[in-house]
Design a protein around this ligand. Structure first.
Ligand code: XIL
Length: 349
């Protein structure tokens, strides 16, 4: 597929029809993969660093924050007119080794200094930030469903307000996102999490915490993610009623439950993308749809959710040779609101 491919065939053009951006996670090692950067420039207008803006990466040298990798990704985006989604300022899984044993006071100061310095560094140059990532864990047993984390220990339940106010003060133009996983799943635990999220957002918005958008990670599982999902649909309606927009921040479709045959897998994965996007686009004011990688060769799922048969995962929009898969066509069709008559053979054209 050449660079001069007509615009209308690009994912980002289809997404523009719905006034939303379309993007992917990217890491510095991807910058040397020309077929991938070409594919990104052809189909995307938004990128998210897979790990270069996480505190454990920036803060791996206790006294000298290292933004070099993030700067390279930011430069790639700026040079190519791509919007940039910052991921993520405060996440319990991305705390520098040197800070994990910190006493609350030191931890609080370090965490806030990191947030303020990082937001100030990129102020006016990125579109949106995942300010806090994965705040809820009902299994931790708290009344409010908050995850027990060093941030909660250091600041108390006000840590979300503290983080968002500090980010807003240093980059008033950025869209501030509260990012979470598991809100889109089926089952009682997901329903509990959705309820906790609504309560959390009501509490925070009532006290003026500048949360503008809910980030829904959307790490889906083919053959497990329900097509009709009335509970999730109702949740999205409530979020919209609160005046909040939504971002799909890390979408991919794990095929670890699917049969081994790649064509069958690709078919099921594509249908999962289509059904999910149709539902979310139907109910929400979506600002952007981001996948967690664009081509199968770089998916984190081979490590995080390996297939029992050892075959490599095929969860993304392009195959290992950067060819468009049925999933790419399904996402485009969802953006265009094309009727579901879209058939498999079209996908291989
Ligand atoms: C993952 C990366 O993809 C992996 O390479 C890394 O080892 C761990 O983190 N939710 C998030 C992302 O918010 O930051 C995670 O990314 C995937 C789950």
């Amino acid at each position: 597929m050449s660079q001069d491919e007509p615009n209308k065939h690009r994912l980002s053009s289809a997404a523009a029809r719905r006034n939303l951006l379309c993007g992917t996670a990217l890491c510095t090692s991807d910058l040397s993969a020309q077929p991938l950067t070409r594919a990104i420039l052809r189909d995307c207008n938004l990128v998210t660093p897979e790990y270069e803006l996480k505190w454990d990466v920036i803060g791996r040298h206790p006294h000298e924050p290292d933004y070099s990798a993030a700067d390279r990704l930011m430069a790639f985006a700026a040079d190519n007119g791509l919007a940039f989604h910052g991921h993520t300022l405060w996440w319990h899984e991305a705390i520098p080794e040197s800070r994990r044993a910190n006493q609350s006071m030191d931890f609080a100061q370090a965490a806030l200094r990191h947030l303020e310095r990082t937001v100030a560094r990129y102020a006016g140059r990125l579109r949106s930030w995942d300010v806090v990532n994965e705040p809820l864990e009902p299994a931790h047993g708290r009344q409010d469903g908050l995850r027990v984390s060093p941030f909660l220990a250091a600041f108390g339940p006000d840590y979300i307000e503290t983080a968002f106010r500090a980010a807003a003060a240093r980059d008033p133009g950025a869209i501030l996102v509260l990012n979470e996983m598991g809100l889109e799943y089926a089952g009682p635990e997901a329903e509990r999490k959705r309820r906790h999220m609504i309560d959390l957002l009501e509490r925070e918005l009532a006290r003026g915490t500048p949360i503008a958008c809910l980030g829904i990670q959307s790490h889906l599982t083919a053959l497990e993610q329900p097509r009709q999902h009335p509970a999730f649909r109702a949740f999205l309606r409530t979020i919209r009623g609160m005046g909040l927009s939504v971002m799909i921040t890390e979408m991919d479709v794990s095929d670890h439950l699917c049969p081994r045959d790649p064509r069958q897998r690709d078919r099921i994965v594509a249908d999962t993308y289509r059904a999910y996007l149709d539902l979310v686009l139907d109910e929400s004011r979506v600002l952007a749809v981001g996948t967690w990688g664009l081509a199968d060769f770089s998916t984190w799922l081979n490590a995080f959710r390996p297939r029992p048969d050892g075959a490599r995962q095929r969860p993304l929009l392009l195959d290992r040779a950067f060819r468009r898969k049925p999933a790419w066509h399904a996402v485009r069709a969802a953006f265009l609101g094309a009727d579901n008559g879209f058939s498999a053979h079209q996908a291989r054209s």
